[in-house]
Ligand binder design. Structure first.
Ligand SMILES: Cc1ncc(COP(=O)(O)O)c(C=O)c1O
Length: 339
């Protein structure tokens, strides 16, 4: 569509033509339906509204250099949505239904998939919500699964350029045995105050520490954290972080290019020893971090000193982006073509 300014797109909501929906009633999923409405009607006592019984996902579709549209790691997103479903006592979405819904939503809005080379993509947002009425704290009996899509620009306005982050201790995103490892809206509600404050104080995002001891790095806002030193890719292992599919993919690529990979606790003091640091997630793939400031002690950790992105982050980024855009071989079967 020539009227869309692809290069100027924010990472935000964009109205497209259709979305798809499916209802779970009487213990089973119905047929996939197509809607042109941006609204959903539901019971005012729906569990998603009162008790947070909802989960979502996020993935992207890209136009490759060859003009074909590719979706990145669709099935992994489906698996993660089902882990969220189990965690929140919601019915799982069968893998086949998940796949069909995503492909249908993308195909019906194919004109909104940004062309190759514009730095934009089509964001795909699956959503699973408890729609049945309950007043006591109980799982609903009825659910809705839907998928909407929209073209987006980069999440961080800096794009693949270094960002500044802030370590916080006065807010936690998720409790150690809570819902941090699943994609429920409540985790994001819990992160809003700290994130907005970080923005106001001039940072792209805040870094949350483990809620129990406040010793280890958990997550970099809505992204996982990684550090690089001695040819090793190091990323936090924590029960309260969302297992990022981008991070999972970067670990595979790191091994492929001959690096060691460690998933373990990452103490805050270790920040001093990293050669490169980054945040990773669907939105930006990698946001290299140039500076981390500890909000309590004022301590500053500096990376990519002359403003340049570290060579390993760049290599990892290019390989992953290359697979997403069909420039590099997809030897792991991460891509689903939209035909
Ligand atoms: C809290 C949180 N952590 C990490 C990620 C990155 O996950 P992924 O790479 O699957 O997008 C996201 C984004 O989905 C997130 O919301």
């Amino acid at each position: 569509m020539s009227s869309i300014d692809w290069k100027g797109l924010p990472f935000g909501y964009f109205k497209t033509d259709y979305n798809v929906r499916c209802y779970y009633i009487d213990g089973k999923w119905g047929e996939l339906e197509v809607s042109d409405s941006e609204y959903i009607t539901m019971h005012m006592a729906a569990t998603c509204l009162h008790y947070g019984q909802e989960a979502f996902e996020g993935m992207k579709a890209f136009t490759g250099k060859d003009g074909k549209v590719r979706i990145f790691r669709l099935d992994e997103n489906g698996k993660r949505m089902n882990r969220s479903a189990v965690g929140l006592m919601m019915p799982e979405v069968p893998a086949e239904l998940f796949r069909k819904a995503i492909l249908k939503a993308v195909k019906m809005n194919i004109k909104y998939v940004p062309p190759y080379g514009e730095g934009a993509s089509l964001y795909v947002r699956p959503l699973l919500i408890g729609t049945g009425a309950q007043v006591g704290v109980k799982p609903a009996k009825e659910y809705m699964f839907m998928v909407f899509v929209g073209p987006v620009g980069p999440y961080f306005k800096e794009g693949f350029n270094p960002v500044k982050m802030q370590i916080v201790r006065d807010y936690d995103r998720a409790a150690p045995l809570g819902t941090g490892s699943i994609k429920v809206g409540g985790n994001y509600a819990a992160s809003l105050r700290a994130s907005e404050r970080a923005h106001d104080e001039g940072y792209a995002s805040c870094i949350f520490l483990d809620a129990k001891e406040k010793k280890y790095i958990d997550e970099a806002g809505p992204a996982n954290f990684f550090g690089i030193k001695n040819n090793t890719y190091i990323t936090p292992d924590s029960v309260s972080i969302l297992p990022s599919i981008t991070n999972m993919s970067l670990r595979t690529i790191a091994e492929e290019i001959g690096m060691k990979v460690e998933r373990r606790h990452v103490p805050v003091e270790e920040l001093e020893t990293f050669e490169e640091c980054g945040a990773c997630g669907t939105a930006a793939v990698i946001s290299p971090i140039c500076k981390i400031v500890d909000r309590d002690s004022g301590k500053v950790y500096q990376y990519c000193k002359d403003g340049h992105v570290g060579p390993i982050s760049e290599k990892l980024y290019n390989r992953l982006k290359g697979i997403q855009e069909g420039i590099e071989e997809d030897k792991y079967g991460w891509i689903t073509f939209v035909e």
